[in-house]
Design a protein around this ligand. Sequence first.
Ligand code: GLN
Length: 397
Amino acid sequence: MKPLSKRTGRFTESVIRHMTRISDACGAINLSQGFPDFDPPRPLLDRLAEVVTEGPHQYSVTYGAQNLREALAAKFERTAGVRVDPETQVTVTCGSTEAMICAMMTVCDPGDRVLVFSPFYENYGADAILSGAEPVYVPLVPPEYRFDPALLEKGFREGVKALILCNPSNPCGKVFSREELETIAALAVRYDAWVITDEVYEHIVYAPHRHISMASLPQMAERTITCSSLSKTFSVTGWRLGYLIGPEEAVAGARKVHDFLTVGAPAPLQEAAVAGLAMDEDYYRRLNRLYTEKRDGFCAGLDRIGLPHNVPQGTYFVLVDIGRFLRMKRFEGFDDLRFCEWMTRRIGVAAVPGSSFFREPVNHLIRLHFAREKSTLEEALRRLEGMAALLAEEAPV
Ligand code: GLN
């Protein structure tokens, strides 16, 4: 047989989704792949029930149903203060996963370089390979996950087509400040680069931090492709509804890629999602309060148990430091992936190994998410307490 493409040989399957499969197979509490275990808001479900009988059940316009595009444009104007034309500047995709790859394939030719902050959401590595782009990584340095503007400028100076900006940032929970965004924007303008953003956690941001869309900064709407999703905002990750918003020419390119990749996102679900976008500010306030309580409760639980962790400014992820475990004799030879697999099977809590997000050789972190019902999080903490007890049992080697 002739060999398969070199392209697919260059990346592995998603470690996040791999951990979910292991978790399901052993009935663990899945705090690996980030998705809620609670229901979407009632208006979406009620509308979906109507759509079952009323339709639509056939294709929508390939780039998204008109009423959904109009609702997304109105939301973008409300939240980012940027007026966009739903006819030409908004495209609905199958999740922001598809929005990102469409944006990358639209902006990049093989060999083009793209700046990516590390740690980064693992899809960007595969997106770069699939679009032929060469990622150039700029570290976000813990504990604040700040970047060095000089290093970033060096990356721009060496010639890049685009920068990928995940804000709020998966997995480190960083919310970029206005000042940081201005630094990035100034470099993007000076070196004439595109910015492709991933803003799926835009409504999961903890006070006093605030989400600012890159496209809202002066001169940035014309060079930013904003990718986002309804998955996290309305707890509908399985509906696969994402979108991208940007200048007309870029969106026209992305529409072609999207059309030939997937034709369109599910029409009935697009229709039901419009009911979500019709909800007022109170919905977003309640969502924020819900996740703030979860974050505070989960982080306090980790503190009680004695597991060191960061405190996210946004998103529903925490990075937990497992360095002390890895120095124990019982875990000799373990890397973070093996530790996560062990933890899923033996402790009954699934996490994602940090190494799948970092360009640097980081092996001592695991990512847990807290988009779970309170009782589930309490049970997960109880199990993790059992794991933490190991630390008292055995002195480090
Ligand atoms: N963004 C979520 C995570 O990082 C999951 C997204 C996905 O698996 N498509 O876990």
